[in-house]
Each structure stands twice: as structure tokens, then as C-alpha cells.
Write a protein that binds this ligand. Structure first.
Ligand SMILES: [Zn+2]
Length: 332
């Protein structure tokens, strides 16, 4: 871990960006600073965790498209073909109900790495934590299963994990919560590591201690399962919705921008303009700030006059921030 000697190259950054910042951004900054914006809701996606080093699962070069299904414990040739044609079938409830092991084998290294806290929250996560300290964080809706929001110490009741979390193990059939330590040990010792092709042992099923079926898995939502749509209630009195790191391709998350009140500002901070579904007009959004999440939230903090507070918070938690995010704060 690099030593923390945080000095910002802030002036440089402001110069680079001052011309491109829309004055609507100034309005948002003013409203936060004068207390008109009191309730900020975040809608978060995978992009905010990129600088923590979490592997890219979904893109064309991502994990699933490069996975060799013959390494997995799958008996039926038809299933192997189906996965070759559509890798997401691996993560469907239909397939999991037939056989437990391929999902656990696919997720093994990610789960172990997360549970061993290999991945740390990013500057973006800490910016959100700062919003909590400033008492303007109203709620977080996250599509991420990495639990990094919780790792910053933001209270769990302010976070809705729309796609579930890897931090809990549950039975798919009877919803029994399975002891996390036992789950971890099983994943480590009894599920084969498909990355280590020379050393493929045989995986063992993990039976539920209540219904006795092979249904234990991380508490993540599988394809074909109902997503947690029950409560977008927290959006109803939002003053500002910040969407970051999400491509807005997946429902129900992409309905959140419609569920905020009409006077709520909607701000997108993302490295590309998200996909805007038919039911969302581009002018649903007030402002799109293009760029890496960490870089843009760092600038955001500077416009708010929060830089010192952000640095203080990060210094206090320097063992709990990703190296990439920390490097961004360091002078070279
Ligand atoms: Zn069960």
C-alpha cells in the first residue's frame, strides 16, 4: 500500500474541466451548499467499483464470454451448448435449480476474494460516505453485489442492494440463511478452482441444513428471478438523484429515474452516456458529466468545497480504499 501523502492536482483538473462544466452543475452545487438539496439518492452500477479491481464480468472480453463451460461440472451436452450460446444461462435460476455446482464454480474466486476483503471501496464510495456525514445521503440503490457501500460504514438501512449481495449465503429453495463461515470454507475447500486447470479436483454439493436440498448460493438475484422491486419509496422525496456507473440497461433500476419527484434534479456521472430506454427521454436527465467515476466525484467534491473533508475521511480509512483511488489523490 502506498504511503498516504495526499496532495491534489486540483488546479490542473479545474483548468481542464472548467469550460465543459455546464452552469446547471453550478446550480446543483449551490443548492447543496445552501441546504436546498437535503436528500440525495444514488443509483449505482458496476462502473463505480472498477477502480477497486473487481473483474469485468459482462463485457465482450469479460469473464462470461471467455469461460470454457467444459471446465464446469455439467453432465448434459445440451447445457454446455446452451451456455456457449448464451453465457448468462449459467446464472439463471432455471439452470441453478437443475444443478448447483456450475454457479458456485463460476463465482468461486470472486466470492473468496470478496470475503477475504481483497477489494476495497473506491473514492466514489467514500464520496458517498461523505454525503452521509454531511447528512444529505438519503438512500442508495445499488446494482452491485460487492457490498463495498457497506464496507465504508454507511448504515445498511440506507442501502438497497437490488441484485442481492455476495456477503450472505442463502438457500435458493427455502430461503434459509446459511452460516457464512461454513459457506466460505465449502467454497474454498470443496468447490474446484476453474482457473487452475492443472489442478481440477471434484466439486462437492452444498446441502441446505434445513431442507437438505443442494440450494445454497450467495444471496444474489439470478436471471429469471424477480428483482427487488418492492421499494423505490426512498426516491419519493429525493431532491437530487445521482446515477453513476450504471448503463441503465437493467430493470427495475432503470425505472428509478422516473420515480423521483418532478422537481428532483437528475445527474449522471459516467464514462459514457448510459443506454436510455424508450420510456426515458434523454431530457429526463438534467446533466450528464462524462468521465471516470473517481475523477469526477473528486472534482465534484472540490466544487462543493469538500476536498479537505474527503481527504480527512480517506486518511482516517486509508487501509480501506482501493489503491487506484488512492493513487488518484496522490501527487506523482
Ligand atoms: Zn433449503
Amino acid at each position: 500500500m502506498v504511503d498516504v501523502n495526499i496532495k491534489l492536482k486540483l488546479k490542473e483538473m479545474l483548468k481542464l474541466n472548467s469550460k465543459t462544466i455546464d452552469n446547471r452543475f453550478d446550480v446543483i452545487i449551490d443548492k447543496i451548499n445552501n441546504g436546498e438539496i437535503k436528500k440525495v439518492v444514488f443509483l449505482l452500477g458496476a462502473g463505480i467499483s472498477v477502480s477497486s479491481g473487481i473483474p469485468d464480468f459482462r463485457s465482450a472480453d469479460g469473464f462470461y464470454n471467455n469461460l470454457d463451460p467444459s471446465l464446469l461440472t455439467i453432465r448434459s451436452k445440451k447445457d454446455i451448448e446452451m451456455i456457449k450460446n448464451n453465457p448468462t444461462y449459467l446464472l439463471s435460476s432455471e439452470f441453478f435449480e437443475k444443478t448447483q455446482l456450475p454457479l458456485l464454480e463460476t463465482k468461486r474466486s470472486f466470492i473468496l476474494e470478496l470475503l477475504e476483503k481483497k477489494y476495497k471501496p473506491t473514492l466514489t464510495h467514500w464520496f458517498i460516505r461523505l454525503c452521509h456525514e454531511k447528512k444529505i445521503l438519503h438512500h442508495i440503490y445499488t446494482q452491485n453485489i460487492d457490498n463495498l457501500e457497506v464496507q465504508t460504514g454507511i448504515p445498511q438501512d440506507k442501502i438497497t442492494q437490488l441484485h442481492g449481495t455476495i456477503d450472505k449465503a442463502i438457500c435458493h429453495f427455502c430461503y434459509n440463511i446459511y452460516p457464512m463461515n461454513d459457506f466460505y470454507e465449502h467454497m474454498k475447500n470443496n468447490i474446484k478452482d476453474i482457473k487452475d486447470e492443472d489442478n481440477l479436483t471434484k466439486s462437492k454439493k452444498l446441502l441446505c441444513n434445513k431442507c437438505n436440498k443442494p440450494g445454497i448460493k450467495p444471496d444474489i438475484v439470478l436471471f429469471g428471478e424477480q428483482l427487488n422491486e418492492n421499494s423505490f419509496d426512498e426516491t419519493k422525496d429525493a431532491d437530487l438523484l445521482i446515477i453513476s456507473g450504471s448503463s441503465l440497461k437493467v430493470s427495475p433500476a432503470n425505472k428509478i429515474p422516473l420515480s423521483v419527484p418532478i422537481e428532483c434534479s437528475r445527474l449522471i456521472i459516467n464514462n459514457e452516456l448510459p443506454f436510455i430506454p424508450d420510456f426515458l427521454e434523454p431530457d429526463t436527465f438534467d446533466l450528464f458529466i462524462e468521465g471516470g467515476c473517481d475523477e469526477k466525484f473528486l472534482e465534484f467534491a472540490s466544487y462543493l468545497g469538500w476536498t479537505d473533508d474527503l481527504i480527512k475521511l480517506i486518511k482516517k480509512n486509508k487501509k480501506n480504499i482501493s489503491e487506484k483511488s488512492l493513487e488518484l489523490l496522490l501527487e506523482d
